[in-house]
Design a protein around this ligand. Structure first.
Ligand code: UD1
Length: 374
């Protein structure tokens, strides 16, 4: 084992806690730096699932002194701490840029200017950094990455991106890492910045660095009371509260859901494998799932007779489709092991005893107030 003392920022969160469990199981020593943000952790208390074998430092990545405390005797860092709501990032711009960009900058500044023992560093980027994924035109065959959709089209319920040459409706195809990052939201811009900062400083100072573009993570421990988080937890929370899932657009937009334990394995592989150094990898299932299908699965699991509600509303910065080409990470020996159906069954069993406060209307109202939702 090249690196045995790992710092996981955001280790008390959804992805970080699963990674903590996995690394501890494999014999690593894990320290967590986490600010226990109240949007995720009720009353800012450590979650009950937190592994007692991990050392927890309650602190903030936007404070240099917290980084300094957390980095003592550490030889690898997995930087997951971030503000993660795409919609919320469009009006809490200062917070998102501070938490995600300044948080990353402080760590890298310590590497550049202070004594340290860091030998490897990984950062969680996001599929949202791409903007729209890759598409092909069924008529003129042109492969292309359309830009963010025209609001005038969205207002006329034209949801699918159109070929920039012949205006035919495009078909999504797998998105490889070479696709340009067109980053349509503040959140996605901060993710793009984080990965570029990690790679640039890593290369300049010869500290192996890796950026992982995570697709839509799902699994247990995702907050069911955070309306700014991913759609799987939001729909489960709605259904558990006997409310219909509210589907934007026509519900046929797709996302690539990747199980959180598959993500933990992918991060660990990239930590351990030197061939990952200075590279960027997609971490997805490679399978697009329509949002309406996700809603139906949630309703079926809860044995509910409620129907999903198709609102026809849209968020101007949302993408329509993006699913991962995972061949690059597969070549390192990883592949997803937990299917969407298995993962949803597991998250359902877990959700039965979890508190789920449905705050989705409030989150939508905040977007409406700012004309960010049509
Ligand atoms: C999500 C995460 C982002 C993460 C990215 C990749 C959020 C808000 N987004 O982005 O942090 O980096 O995956 O892993 O955490 N929708 C509805 N009804 C709802 C909520 C959402 O129809 O109640 C729709 C949205 O309009 C969108 C789709 O579901 O079309 C996915 O939304 P969401 O999970 O919020 O955001 P992503 O852009 O996929």
């Amino acid at each position: 084992m090249n690196y045995n003392r790992i710092l996981i920022t955001g280790g008390a969160g959804f992805i970080g806690s699963h990674l903590t469990d996995y690394l501890l199981e494999k014999g690593y020593t894990v320290r967590i730096l986490d600010n226990l943000h109240p949007q995720i952790h009720l009353n800012s208390e450590p979650p009950k699932y937190l592994n007692p074998k991990a050392e927890l430092i309650v602190g903030d990545v936007t404070k240099r002194s917290d980084w300094q405390r957390a980095l003592v005797n550490i030889n690898a860092v997995v930087h997951l701490a971030a503000a993660v709501g795409v919609g919320q990032s469009m009006y809490q711009i200062e917070r998102y840029v501070r938490d995600n960009c300044l948080g990353t900058a402080l760590f890298l500044d310590i590497l550049a200017n202070e004594k340290h023992s860091i030998k490897k560093m990984l950062v969680a980027s996001s599929m949202t950094a791409y903007g729209e994924g890759m598409y092909a035109c069924p008529k003129c065959k042109l492969k292309q990455q359309p830009g963010i959709r025209d609001v005038n089209n969205l207002k006329q319920n034209i949801w699918e991106p159109l070929c920039h040459k012949c205006k035919t409706q495009l078909k999504p195809i797998p998105t490889p890492e070479t696709t340009p990052l067109t980053s349509p939201s503040v959140y996605s811009i901060t993710k793009k910045a984080q990965e570029e900062l990690f790679l640039a400083i890593g290369k300049a100072y010869q500290i192996p660095s890796v950026a992982l573009r995570l697709f839509n993570a799902f699994g247990t421990r995702q907050s069911l009371s955070n309306p700014y988080c991913g759609v799987a937890a939001i729909f489960l929370s709605r259904v558990k509260n006997n409310q219909p899932p509210l589907l934007n657009e026509d519900g046929l937009q797709t996302r690539d859901f990747v199980h959180v334990r598959d993500i933990a394995r992918a991060i660990t592989l990239c930590l351990e494998n030197e061939q990952a150094n200075y590279e960027v990898f997609n971490v997805g299932s490679g399978i697009p799932v329509p949002i309406v299908e996700l809603a139906r699965v949630c309703l079926t699991l809860y044995n509910s007779s409620i129907q999903p509600e198709i609102t026809g509303k849209f968020r101007s910065f949302d993408i329509r489709h993006c699913f991962a080409d995972i061949s690059k990470l597969k070549r390192l020996g990883w592949q997803p092991a937990i299917s969407f159906a298995q993962g949803m069954q597991e998250i359902y069993e877990w959700s039965k005893t979890e508190v789920a406060v449905d705050l989705v209307q409030k989150a939508m109202q905040e977007l409406n107030n700012r004309q960010l939702q049509g």
